[in-house]
Design a protein around this ligand. Structure first.
Ligand SMILES: [Zn+2]
Length: 270
């Protein structure tokens, strides 16, 4: 009887501790989750310490190839530790074979390798930013309307050579179509001509979450600009290494690639 009581008490403690933390979103590969816990709590996802806002808000992201489970640990201000195993739903990805490309589109010429290395390092540094304002709270809209011509996670095999998976959603539309901020954010990169991605803007939504907009024909914002959801940041184009005009919209939670399509309603007209 006493043992039973102890068990019941433990269960009650566990469930009340769990009730203090809620998760909303897609616990899936490429998914973003918005969490709410007690103000003053600390949160880790596997080994990563996650920012918790003064109101208890936090976010989690899962990479394309995230493992089947992740461990969420929430330590309440009173020291109570809640540990949850999150089941991360697996996805299957499209594999696209594109043959007959000019070799210089598959393997960059040696004279641009240094430029590519520099640009990659610049972008990698931006992905470490953990800006303390939760601008993502505006929610998300499509930055442009058009035909979806490429999806998250797909992998391209170019001239028989497997390339890095595609991490964005491609929206095909005419050159010059305005691109709008999908959520509030601060511009942390505004470049007219990067090697792979051409006209490129990165918008920081806070807490490690950012959007990137690639292949733009015009960039109309500068680093430091604060945008509201719907503000125009440039125009759709075909700059960088592309085969036709489209916007490639990517999202990151730090180095984890997030599928933007999970955050917006279905594309109108699809
Ligand atoms: Zn793309």
């Amino acid at each position: 009887m006493r043992a039973l009581l102890v068990v019941l008490t433990l269960l009650a403690t566990l469930s009340s501790a769990e009730a203090a933390t809620s998760l909303e979103g897609n616990i899936t590969q490429g998914g973003l989750v918005i969490g709410q816990t007690d103000p003053g709590a600390s949160v880790t996802l596997d080994e990563r310490v996650v920012r918790v806002g003064p109101d208890g808000l936090f976010i989690l992201g899962f990479h394309r190839d995230a493992a089947a489970t992740a461990t969420l640990t929430v330590t309440a201000p009173n020291g109570t530790v809640e540990q949850r195993t999150l089941e991360v739903a697996p996805r299957t990805y499209d594999i696209q074979r594109i043959d007959g490309l000019p070799p210089r589109m598959v393997t960059p010429p040696p004279e641009v390798l240094e430029r590519i290395r520099r640009e990659n390092a610049q972008i990698a540094a931006l992905r470490k930013i953990d800006q303390p304002e939760p601008l993502f709270r505006s929610g998300f809209i499509w930055p442009a309307i058009g035909r979806i011509s490429g999806v998250y996670g797909s992998q391209r095999i170019l001239n028989g050579e497997a390339k890095q998976p595609h991490y964005g959603v491609d929206i095909a539309a005419p050159v010059g179509t305005p691109i709008k901020a999908p959520a509030d954010g601060t511009v942390v990169l505004a470049e007219a001509d990067l090697y792979y991605t051409g006209g490129t803007v990165i918008l920081d939504h806070g807490y490690g979450l950012s959007s990137a907009f690639l292949h733009m024909s015009a960039v109309s914002v500068k680093v430091g600009d604060r945008l509201r959801q719907g503000d125009v940041l440039g125009a759709l184009g075909a700059t960088g290494r592309v085969t036709g005009p489209h916007l490639d919209w990517r999202m990151n939670w730090f180095e984890s690639r997030i599928d933007p399509q999970l955050l917006v309603p279905p594309m109108p007209g699809q």
